[in-house]
Ligand binder design. Structure first.
Ligand code: GAL
Length: 374
C-alpha cells in the first residue's frame, strides 16, 4: 500500500510538472502562489464505490503536498447532502471548489452562491450541468470510454480487435447481447452509451448481434445511481422473460464495474457458470474486485482510468485559477452543459483484459500483485 501511495505521488508530481510546463499562463512553481495555504473544498459523490475513495484521497494528498488545506466530503449519493456540504465549504471560506456531482443538474443554486462569493468551480470527472458557474472540467474522453466498452464486448465475441478493427474470419453470429447504461442524471452515462452504440449498432443492423430483450433505449437500459443491485434485478427480469426458452445471452455491455458485479450475480443466480457459455461482460474503473473477476474469467474487461492522473489535472486547474492563470485544456467543443461549453482537459483510458493486467495495472503501481491475487 505504501508503495502505491509513493508511486501515486510520483506520478502526480510528474503530471503536475508536465502540465505546468505546457501552460504558459501557469506560474512556474505553484508553491508560493496566491492561494497557498488556503482552503479548497472537494465534494465527492459516495464512498460506496472504491474509485471515489481513491479520487478523494489523491486530490486531498496532492493539494496538501502543495500546502493547501482540504475539506473533503462524501455525500453517500444523497443530493441534498452534497448541496449542503458545498454550502458549508462556501461558508468556511473555500477558495476553489472541486466537485464530482451526484446529479449534475442539481447544483445550479449552490453554485450561484459560490459565484457570488467569487469561488471558481472545477467539475471533477462528471460535468456539472445547467449553470454558467463552472469554470473547468477535468475528465476522460468519455465517448472513447464508451467505444472501448463496446470493443471489449466485440473483442470477447471474436468480432473485433481491442481497438475496434474488424478481425479476419470473424464469426457470423448471431450473438445475443443485452445493454446496460449508467445513471441517467450523470452526463457521462450518455457519453458512454452513445460511444458504445456507435460501435455496436452496425453489428446489430447486420444481425450479427441481437438484443433479444429489445431493450435498446437509453432510458430503458439506464441504471439510477449506477446501482449494481438495480442492474442485477433488471437482468434477472430479462433472463426470465426473454431467455427461458433455453437460449443464452452471449455478451453484456456494462458501463461500470459495480454494475458488472450485479450482472454476474444475476447470471450465477440463473445457473450460468464460467465456461464456454458464460457471456462476455465489460466494465469500467478497474475496481479491485472486478480486476479479480477478470483474472477468474467472470468479467472479460474493464476500462482503466487513472484516478491519480485525474486528481493531478484537477489540482493543477485549481492552483492555476487561484494564481489567476489559465489551466491547460484539450477540448473546448464537446462538453456543453446546457448553458455553455465548458473548457475541458480529457485524459486517455485503457482497456484492461486478463493479459494486460500486469503491464497496465501492476507496473503502473495502481494495484499490487498481492492486492490482485489476495
Ligand atoms: C461515472 C464515472 C465512472 C464510474 C461511474 C460510477 O461518472 O465516469 O468512471 O465511476 O461514474 O461511479
Amino acid at each position: 500500500m505504501k508503495k502505491k501511495v509513493l508511486l501515486a505521488g510520483l506520478a502526480a508530481g510528474a503530471m503536475i510538472i508536465g502540465l505546468a510546463a505546457c501552460s504558459s499562463d501557469t506560474p512556474s512553481g505553484t508553491a508560493g502562489g496566491a492561494g497557498e495555504g488556503g482552503l479548497i473544498g472537494v465534494a465527492m459523490p459516495t464512498k460506496s464505490s472504491e474509485r471515489w475513495i481513491a479520487d478523494g484521497d489523491a486530490v486531498k494528498s496532492q493539494l496538501e503536498e502543495q500546502g493547501f488545506k482540504v475539506d473533503l466530503q462524501y455525500a453517500e449519493d444523497d443530493i441534498p447532502t452534497q448541496v449542503s456540504q458545498i454550502e458549508n465549504m462556501i461558508t468556511k471560506g473555500a477558495e476553489v471548489l472541486i466537485v464530482a456531482s451526484i446529479d449534475g443538474t442539481t447544483l445550479t443554486s449552490v453554485l450561484q452562491d459560490a459565484a457570488d462569493a467569487n469561488i471558481p468551480v472545477i467539475a471533477y470527472d462528471r460535468l456539472i450541468r445547467d449553470t454558467e458557474n463552472v469554470n473547468y472540467y477535468a475528465s476522460f474522453d468519455n465517448l472513447k470510454v464508451g467505444q472501448q466498452q463496446a470493443w471489449s464486448v466485440l473483442n470477447g465475441l471474436g468480432l473485433t480487435e481491442l481497438d475496434g478493427t474488424a478481425t479476419a474470419d470473424a464469426p457470423a453470429g448471431p450473438f445475443n447481447v443485452e445493454l446496460f447504461a449508467g445513471s441517467p442524471d450523470d452526463n457521462n452515462a450518455t457519453f458512454f452509451f452513445n460511444g458504445a452504440m456507435q460501435e455496436l449498432q452496425p453489428f446489430i443492423d447486420s444481425g450479427v448481434l441481437v438484443v433479444k430483450s429489445d431493450q435498446t433505449n437509453f432510458n430503458t437500459v439506464a441504471t439510477l445511481r449506477w446501482d449494481g443491485e438495480e442492474a442485477q434485478s433488471r437482468l434477472e427480469n430479462i433472463l426470465t422473460s426473454t431467455y427461458s426458452d433455453g437460449s443464452k445471452v452471449n455478451g453484456i455491455l456494462s458501463p461500470y464495474d459495480g454494475i458488472s458485479r450485479g450482472i454476474i450475480s444475476a447470471l450465477e443466480g440463473a445457473g450460468y457458470t464460467v465456461d464456454a457459455e458464460w457471456p462476455v461482460i465489460s466494465g469500467q474503473d478497474a475496481e479491485i474486485d472486478s480486476v479479480k473477476a477478470i483474472n477468474s474469467g467472470e468479467q472479460f474487461a474493464t476500462i482503466f482510468k487513472d484516478t491519480r492522473q485525474l486528481a493531478a489535472v484537477a489540482v493543477e486547474m485549481a492552483v492555476a485559477v487561484l494564481n489567476g492563470g489559465t489551466p491547460e485544456t484539450n477540448n473546448t467543443t464537446d462538453y456543453d452543459n446546457g448553458v455553455k461549453v465548458v473548457d475541458s482537459m480529457l485524459l486517455d483510458s485503457q482497456i484492461v483484459v486478463k493479459d494486460n493486467i500486469p503491464s497496465v495495472l501492476i507496473e503502473s503501481g495502481y494495484w499490487t500483485e498481492a492486492e490482485i491475487n489476495g
